[in-house]
Design a protein around this ligand. Structure first.
Ligand code: SF4
Length: 313
């Protein structure tokens, strides 16, 4: 990874942007309440280091008190550098717990060699982390997923699952016992990469288990990166769409009462435009990038539809 020199001014801007993005997500979703004890899941990757770092900064200036406890699950993967996380956590003075469970051997025993082991591995990890949160008396579990993880999940679900479903910034855990929060929900992965370089977090590589990468997720990740380069503003616009859902203009009969529609009914998002096409704004701003000014959205290029009727002359 290249380490481009960054000016102090740029670093300060990045720092401010991250702090604001995390603060806004926490406020918008009421992620943290007074007296909370938050278990911050630390994998040793850039995202969870940044999550812990920014939460600690907010903790020191927040008008309410809350506790943080960092938890790492040592899955006994070969060459896992056991000393890295305790050394780091002690150096910054954060309460922590390292949970040692050999899920690595379990996964290898159960699955055939060469298969993607991630789904079983993450199911086991989830169970252990839920149990740990209970043992520690934590009221919230904080995960380091960021904006681009959320969008990648949206596309995975659309492409392969037939569902309009992403990864929520806050939800009850699947066993109903915990509140899971994702304070990095508004944060761009690009910013986390830069932040990890600046802060020199002691990153632990994520390929120690030797599992084959999830190809579908990788393809979608590449697609999003490509779009981000070619169509500035598209990623921001897509994430904004997740926060501006219009059930009356989708097709889910459980979300909107299509059957009971009546003439003269006032609809929050307007009625049907019949033959007129939707107007597309030329500029887009999600309000998260005040430091960078408004993000321009590329004008849609004119394309033809072979099924359109030729204009009668
Ligand atoms: S990459 Fe390895 S450690 Fe990570 S979820 Fe997959 S199997 Fe588990």
């Amino acid at each position: 990874m290249s380490h481009k020199p960054k000016t102090e001014h740029e670093n300060n801007k990045l720092h401010k942007r991250l702090r604001h993005a995390v603060g806004d997500a926490i406020n918008d979703f009421n992620m943290i309440e007074p007296g909370d004890k938050i278990m911050v899941c630390l994998s040793g990757g850039k995202d969870s280091y940044a999550l812990l770092d920014i939460l600690r900064q907010l903790q020191s200036s927040a008008p309410v008190d809350f506790e943080l406890v960092a938890v790492n699950l040592d899955q006994k993967q070969p060459r896992f550098p056991e000393e890295v996380l305790p050394t780091y956590l002690e150096s910054i003075g954060v309460p922590y717990k390292i949970v040692e469970e050999d899920t690595y051997s379990t996964v290898k025993r159960v699955l055939d060699e060469g298969k993607t082991t991630c789904s079983l591995c993450s199911r086991l990890r989830r169970g252990i982390l839920y149990r740990t949160a209970k043992e520690l008396g934590c009221t919230k579990i904080a995960l380091g997923h960021h904006r681009d993880d959320i969008l990648a999940t949206l596309f995975l679900n659309m492409f392969y699952g037939g569902k309009l479903k992403a990864m929520p910034p806050k939800l009850v855990s699947d066993n109903g016992e915990h509140i899971v929060i994702r304070p990095l929900a508004y944060v761009k992965e690009k910013d986390l990469i830069r932040y990890a370089e600046i802060k020199q977090f002691p990153i632990i590589p994520c390929n120690l288990c030797g599992s084959q990468p999830n190809l579908q997720r990788q393809v979608i990740g590449d697609m999003l990166k490509d779009w981000d380069k070619r169509f500035p503003g598209r990623i921001e616009s897509m994430f904004s769409a997740l926060r501006n859902v219009v059930p009356s203009h989708l097709a889910d009969t459980e979300l909107f009462d299509f059957a009971g529609l009546e003439r003269g009914q006032t609809l929050k998002h307007g009625g049907d435009l019949a033959f007129d096409s939707e107007s597309v704004p030329e500029r887009f701003s999600d309000g998260l990038d005040e430091d960078e000014g408004e993000v321009k959205i590329a004008k849609p290029r004119k394309v033809f539809n072979i099924l359109d009727n030729r204009a009668k002359g």
